[in-house]
Design a binder for this molecule. Structure first.
Ligand code: MN
Length: 278
């Protein structure tokens, strides 16, 4: 089984989003090696002024947004009447499908740390009925996957333990991997899928040639059928995410991602005239 090489490593970039949230963006544009994923934001600050402005009411269509909180709390409400709080260790896997209007408002509690990943939906599912998976921290299994290897399985399978999020169109895997100093993790990442890691603590060597990446770096894998990560002397913690590429045209306008410019224009017209929610 060939170990996947590393295609490139990129440092996440400071960005301001929503109503003035300071965050770091690992990626935020279509790329064949990251398909079906569109965006990964890294929220992390000890100063509520960086995030309390939040993300007031805005629409989504054609994608899934996956929020994973490590620290802090985010109030959530939407056009379907759903309301709730995302807390430390919780995941909200939201399938916007044909349309949702929501707000995501971090509370003024410090620190806040977490991530939001956007996964694209295929043309045949872009207008599917909106769906939420609210995953409480306690329901996410923690797997001891070898010496010094601990994995929280949000979605996917580690050593026969399945995460609580299932039946997602792009067959994704979403893992939070913690490695002790010098620990090594090898994990199947089947041929035909795309995958990446995002390091948020410590540092590690990735892939068949041991490409090094520290905290704040995105590591994009090339072809192969498994990933190999070897922690450095400080250990490492990273997201390991994979999914099946859609290989479809992308028409992207802010929070709405469709296949054609016409579909995008239609979505914004519907948002303006109040017919966005089906
Ligand atoms: Mn949103």
């Amino acid at each position: 089984m060939p170990i996947r090489p590393v295609l490139w490593v990129k440092e996440s970039q400071p960005t301001i989003e929503g109503a003035g949230v300071h965050l770091h963006r690992a990626f935020g544009e279509p790329n064949a090696a990251l398909d079906p994923f569109l965006l990964l934001d890294d929220f992390g600050s000890d100063d509520p002024a960086d995030y309390v402005a939040g993300f007031p009411w805005h629409p989504h269509r054609g994608i899934e947004t996956i929020t994973y909180l490590l620290a802090g709390q985010v109030d959530h409400g939407d056009s379907l009447g759903n309301k709730g709080v995302i807390g430390p260790g919780d995941v909200q896997w939201m399938t916007a499908g044909g349309g949702i209007i929501h707000q995501e408002m971090p509370k003024a509690i410090a620190p806040m740390r977490g991530f939001q990943l956007w996964a694209n939906l295929p043309a045949a599912h872009k207008m599917m009925r909106p769906r939420y998976r609210d995953v409480a921290a306690a329901t996410i299994p923690l797997v001891e996957a070898g010496a010094g290897v601990q994995v929280r399985v949000v979605c996917g399978d580690v050593g026969g333990v399945r995460g609580p999020v299932t039946d997602i169109v792009t067959d994704p895997e979403y893992l939070d991997v913690r490695l002790a100093a010098d620990a090594v993790f090898e994990h199947p990442l089947p041929a035909g899928k795309n995958g990446f890691a995002y390091v948020f603590e410590g540092g590690a060597s990735f892939g068949d040639d041991g490409t090094k990446a520290e905290r704040g770096r995105l590591v994009v894998f090339g072809d192969g059928d498994r990933a190999r990560i070897a922690a450095g002397a400080k250990g490492a913690r990273f997201l390991l995410v994979s999914g099946r590429p859609l290989k479809e045209p992308v028409a992207w306008g802010g929070p709405i991602v469709m296949n054609t410019r016409e579909e995008l224009m239609q979505a914004f017209e519907e948002y303006r005239n109040g017919t966005f929610i089906r």
